[in-house]
Design a protein around this ligand. Structure first.
Ligand SMILES: *[C@@H]1O[C@H](CO)[C@@H](O)[C@H](O)[C@H]1NC(C)=O
Ligand SMILES: *[C@@H]1O[C@H](CO)[C@@H](O)[C@H](O)[C@H]1NC(C)=O
Ligand SMILES: *[C@@H]1O[C@H](CO)[C@@H](O)[C@H](O)[C@H]1NC(C)=O
Ligand SMILES: *[C@@H]1O[C@H](CO)[C@@H](O)[C@H](O)[C@H]1NC(C)=O
Ligand SMILES: *[C@@H]1O[C@H](CO)[C@@H](O)[C@H](O)[C@H]1NC(C)=O
Length: 228
């Protein structure tokens, strides 16, 4: 019965959503890609998340950011973050010192979020940002070093515009949600009617049957009476 399946889905969806939210709230690490388009003069978060593959192993990590203004230029180290007391700007020519802010993991040496925030973005900030996690996994008897690098190609634009595809997909999403709900309501009414009709039918049938039996037995009685 399709209506039952829909109903189940409708009941299960919020549950799935809750489960997802719970896992996010409990600090489950999810590697979200950074945005790559910044608007000039506004702020921009350069996201960089590197999840530990083995959650149960304790680790220490620090993050280094480099910047390449052009594809063929040498990467310029700009920022290193170890912990709150141990962070430094590695370059003084690009003007990041008073514009750059840590937005990554706090209160831990086991960094998994190495995001930074740039205030007052300029067109000169376009380019490739390279974020590297230097992570030491601490096993009982030995340490294991892993390094992970991510590249973010940032474009600075005069004004952020939403792509047509993004607008269209949002419209489609609402249309399909409303469509599904209408369909569900229609389906429920249809099923309700069908069940009600079936009930009436059954009632009528059983009444007819009862009458038939009654009259038959009356006939029989009459027959027997005649025979007697
Ligand atoms: C730089 O390199 C990236 C990746 O190789 C490429 O997508 C991008 O178009 C290049 N940018 C320029 C300005 O050449
Ligand atoms: C960003 O620009 C605004 C206005 O131009 C200025 O007031 C503010 O101090 C700037 N912030 C930083 C961190 O440079
Ligand atoms: C870390 O703290 C800073 C400043 O309070 C905050 O802006 C940032 O969002 C925090 N990072 C995370 C991952 O919550
Ligand atoms: C951008 O770079 C050019 C060339 O290096 C420099 O002349 C200009 O002042 C820079 N603009 C900003 C807003 O930093
Ligand atoms: C990770 O980087 C550190 C520091 O540059 C280096 O000593 C180490 O060999 C690197 N480890 C791997 C597995 O690349």
């Amino acid at each position: 019965m399709p209506a039952l399946k829909d109903l189940m889905l409708l009941l299960l969806l919020p549950l799935a959503f809750l489960a997802l939210q719970a896992s996010l709230c409990h600090g489950a690490c999810v590697e979200v890609d950074s945005d790559t388009e910044a608007e000039v003069d506004s702020g921009f978060k350069l996201g960089c998340i590197s999840c530990k593959r083995r959650g149960e192993v304790s680790a220490e990590a620090y993050v280094e950011w480099e910047f390449k203004p052009f594809n063929d230029s040498e990467p310029i180290p700009i920022y290193r973050y170890v912990d709150v007391e141990n962070k430094e700007f590695l370059d003084s020519t690009l003007g990041f010192e008073n514009r750059l802010e840590w937005r990554g993991s706090n209160n831990t040496k086991d960094l998994q979020d190495g995001s930074i925030y740039i205030h007052n973005v300029t067109f000169n900030d376009s380019g490739t940002y390279i974020c590297t996690f230097y992570r030491t996994l601490k096993y009982n008897n030995y340490n294991f070093q892993t390094n992970r690098t991510k590249n973010i190609f940032l474009t600075v634009v005069p004004k952020l515009t939403r792509g047509l595809a993004s607008i269209l997909s949002e419209v489609m999403m609402y249309a399909s949600i409303i469509g599904l709900q209408l369909w569900l309501v229609v389906e429920m009414i249809y099923c309700y009617r069908k069940i009600a009709a079936a009930g009436e039918e059954a009632l009528r049938e059983s009444a007819a049957e009862y009458l038939a039996i009654a009259s038959e037995s009356k006939d029989n009685c009459a027959g027997e009476q005649v025979a007697e």
